[in-house]
Design a protein around this ligand. Structure first.
Ligand code: ATP
Length: 382
C-alpha cells in the first residue's frame, strides 16, 4: 500500500458570491489521521470534496503525494471516499458491494475473480463482516452498512481515505464503538486519512491532528490535547469542549469579573480594558469558606453524576459551571447557598471582540493567600 502526503496551498472556493473556502493552506503527513472539525457551513465538506476531486477550487493547488492532483481526474486520484449515508448498492450483497470497484475496472487492470474474492474476504475480515458476505444492505444494521462502505472504499487500494461524517447517521453507542474500531483499523493500515465531523468528541478521540474550521478558514491546527489545552482564538475556546465564558475587565494586570468582586487572577501587564476569560469547568477549584467575604462566590446548584459533582457558582453575577471529583465533595463538602473561594487553575483571557489574530493571555491564579482580601470594584465599574 502506498502512503502519501496531502498538500493544500491557498485553496479558495466560491459558490456564486459566497466564499465557502477562503485561502486554506494545509499539509497532511503520510499516514496521518486528520479531523476537519467546525460548525455547520464552515466549509469542511467542500474542502474534503476538493481533495477528492469532486469539487474544483477557484484558486490554489492540491498536491497528492507531491503530484498536482488538479490535473488528474477523480478516477485517477486513487481516493477512497465514505459518505455519511451508506450509499451501498441495495441490489448487491455485501460481497458484491465490496468487489464492485475492482469488477468495473477496465479488463487489463482488473484482477481475476479469484484475486477479487481473496481481496474482498481479506477486507471483510478486517472490518469484521466475514459472516455477512451474502447479506443484502437491507439486512444490515447501520454500523454494519458503514463498515461495508469502508471495506468497499478500501478495496481499490486507495492512496488516501476521505470520510464525510462517516458515523453521522448512527446512534451514540454505535458511533462510539465504530470510532474506536476505525482508530484501530487506521493503526493497522496507516493510510493517510481525513474525516469530516462536527462532533468534537469524535475528533478529540480519533484524530492525530484536528483542523478547526470557521467560515471557510482554518482557525487552528494541532494535536487534540494541544487545541483543547491551548485554544488559539475565542472561537476555538468556545467551540471545543465545555467552557465558561466570563466577561471581565483588566486593570493594572488584575482580572476582575465585570460585576465586581475580588480579582479572579492576573495577566501579564500590557492590556487594560474589557476582556473575556475562558475557563474549563474542571479548571476551577472551590474552597468552602465559613464566613463568606463580600465579593466571593456562592454555590447555587449541586448535582452528583457518578464520579463527578457539577456545581453552579455565582461569582459577582457571573455564573460559573464547575466540575469536581466526587471525592473532593466528600473531603470538603459544598452546600447550596454557602460561600466559596474560587481559584482558577488554568484560563485564557482574550481582549473583548478579539479576532483570530489576538494572542491569548494566560491567566495566573489569584495568589492572595489565606482569607482573600476583597478589593472594591475596580475603577470604572459600579
Ligand atoms: P455541514 O457540517 O453542515 O455539512 P460544512 O462545514 O461541511 O457543513 P460545506 O458543506 O462545505 O460546510 O458548505 C460550506 C458553505 O458552502 C455552506 O454555506 C454551503 O451552503 C455552501 N455550499 C456548499 N456546496 C454548495 C453548492 N454546491 N452550491 C452552493 N453553495 C454551496
Amino acid at each position: 500500500m502506498v502512503i502519501i502526503t496531502i498538500d493544500l496551498q491557498c485553496i479558495t472556493k466560491r459558490f456564486g458570491n459566497y466564499v465557502a473556502i477562503d485561502g486554506v493552506d494545509l499539509r497532511i503527513a503520510e499516514g496521518e489521521l486528520v479531523a476537519l472539525l467546525g460548525p455547520s457551513g464552515s466549509g469542511k465538506t467542500t474542502l474534503l470534496r476538493i481533495i477528492a476531486g469532486l469539487e474544483v477550487p477557484d484558486t490554489g493547488t492540491v498536491l497528492l503525494g507531491g503530484e498536482d492532483a488538479l490535473q488528474r481526474h477523480m478516477r485517477h486520484r486513487q481516493v477512497g471516499f465514505v459518505f455519511q449515508h451508506y450509499s451501498l448498492f441495495r441490489h448487491m450483497t455485501v460481497f458484491a458491494n465490496v468487489a464492485f470497484g475492482l469488477r468495473v475496472r477496465p479488463r487489463r487492470q482488473r484482477p481475476s475473480e479469484a484475486e477479487i474474492a481473496e481481496r474482498v474476504h481479506r477486507l471483510l475480515h478486517l472490518v469484521q463482516l466475514d459472516e455477512l458476505a451474502d447479506h443484502y444492505p437491507s439486512q444490515l444494521s447501520g454500523g454494519q452498512r458503514q463498515r461495508t462502505a469502508l471495506a468497499r472504499s478500501l478495496a481499490i487500494e486507495p492512496r488516501i481515505l476521505l470520510l464525510d461524517e462517516p458515523f453521522g447517521a448512527l446512534d451514540a453507542k454505535v458511533r462510539k464503538e465504530l470510532r474506536r474500531w476505525l482508530r484501530r483499523l487506521h493503526e493497522t493500515m496507516r493510510i493517510t486519512s481525513v474525516f469530516v465531523t462536527h462532533d468534537q468528541e469524535e475528533a478529540l478521540e480519533l484524530a492525530d491532528r484536528i483542523v478547526l474550521m470557521n467560515q471557510g478558514r482554518i482557525e487552528q491546527v494541532g494535536a487534540p490535547a494541544e487545541v483543547y489545552r491551548a485554544p488559539a482564538s475565542p472561537f476555538v475556546s468556545e467551540f471545543l469542549g465545555d467552557i465558561n465564558r466570563i466577561e471581565c475587565l483588566i486593570e493594572g494586570g488584575q482580572v476582575y469579573v465585570t460585576g465586581g468582586g475580588a480579582p479572579l487572577g492576573s495577566v501579564p501587564a500590557g492590556y487594560s480594558g474589557a476582556a473575556v476569560i475562558y475557563v474549563r469547568p474542571h479548571d476551577i477549584e472551590l474552597m468552602p469558606v465559613t464566613f463568606p467575604a463580600d465579593g466571593g462566590g456562592t454555590v447555587r446548584y449541586l448535582h452528583e453524576v457518578g464520579p463527578i459533582v457539577r456545581a453552579e457558582v455565582d461569582y459577582a453575577g457571573a455564573l460559573l459551571d464547575v466540575v469536581l471529583p466526587e471525592s473532593e465533595q466528600t473531603e470538603r463538602p459544598l452546600r447550596v447557598g454557602n460561600g466559596v473561594d474560587v481559584r482558577i487553575r488554568r484560563g485564557f483571557v482574550f481582549p473583548k471582540g478579539a479576532g483570530k489574530q489576538a494572542e491569548p493571555m494566560r491567566l495566573a491564579p489569584y495568589r492572595g493567600g489565606g482569607p482573600r482580601a476583597i478589593a472594591g470594584p475596580p475603577l470604572g465599574l459600579s
